[in-house]
Design a protein around this ligand. Structure first.
Ligand code: HEM
Length: 191
């Protein structure tokens, strides 16, 4: 695997969320072994399309000043920052589909949470952009990140039912992840 700047999977601190809590969250979003199976399939389907997916997502961010703001300082987008995050974002697509949701995965979700939050934002890429991604947008992103994936899932000739199963597995996985990323924004004991 090529080296991705700042991609620290397996090298980060332990998540404050336990595997048992993750298990109950999975149950709550109706995430089952079948979803795991369809996520693996989605991983195969998306493997060679991650760059096109990111073109679309970055187009969305780039066309919305209030979102581009988070990659910017004094109204100037930091292109190096955008490019560095993009590589990790592409890897995240494959991780979401292919990695087992074990302790290591849980730990990295917490690391990504901290990187969106003021605790660690900007540190990985040594930049001086907006200091925090506001909580409301983390939740709001669940919809565009989900809705836009469907056409990519349909690109490899699977029947409509299979595409739908991959799509729902993806939706649940993104929801689960976004929940874990809100941890630092919530008062202690209230997550
Ligand atoms: C970082 C995905 C919400 C802006 C990242 C990374 C991923 C990601 C995978 C890189 C993680 C790593 O370092 O390995 C997502 C997903 C979201 C979400 C799936 C919601 C469901 C947002 C929103 C914004 C945003 C709403 C605002 C435009 C950023 C920025 C970074 C980042 C600026 C770099 C943070 C840093 O300084 O380390 N995101 N993100 N993200 N994301 Fe998000």
């Amino acid at each position: 695997m090529k080296t991705i700047q700042g991609y620290d999977y397996g090298k980060v601190a332990t998540s404050p969320v336990s595997l048992q809590e993750l298990d109950l969250l999975k149950k709550t979003v109706l995430f089952t072994a079948e979803d795991e199976k369809y996520l693996r399939l989605a991983g195969e389907v998306l493997q060679d399309q991650t760059s096109q997916v990111l073109d679309l997502w970055y187009g969305f961010v780039g066309n919305n000043e209030h979102l581009l703001y988070y990659f910017s300082k004094d109204g100037q987008p930091n292109q190096k920052y955008l490019a560095a995050v993009r590589e990790r974002f592409e890897q995240w697509i494959l991780d979401l589909c292919n990695r087992p949701y074990d302790q290591e995965w849980l730990n990295y979700q917490h690391e990504i949470a901290l990187r969106h939050h003021s605790t660690k934002k900007n540190q990985t890429d040594h930049v001086d952009a907006a200091p925090i991604i506001h909580y409301r947008y983390i939740v709001a992103f669940i919809y565009p990140i989900t809705a836009t994936i469907k056409s990519f899932l349909a690109n490899k000739g699977h029947d409509a039912e299979t595409v739908d199963k991959m799509y729902h597995a993806w939706f649940k996985a993104v929801t689960l992840t976004a929940i874990l990323w809100t941890y630092p924004y919530v008062h202690k004991g209230e997550f």
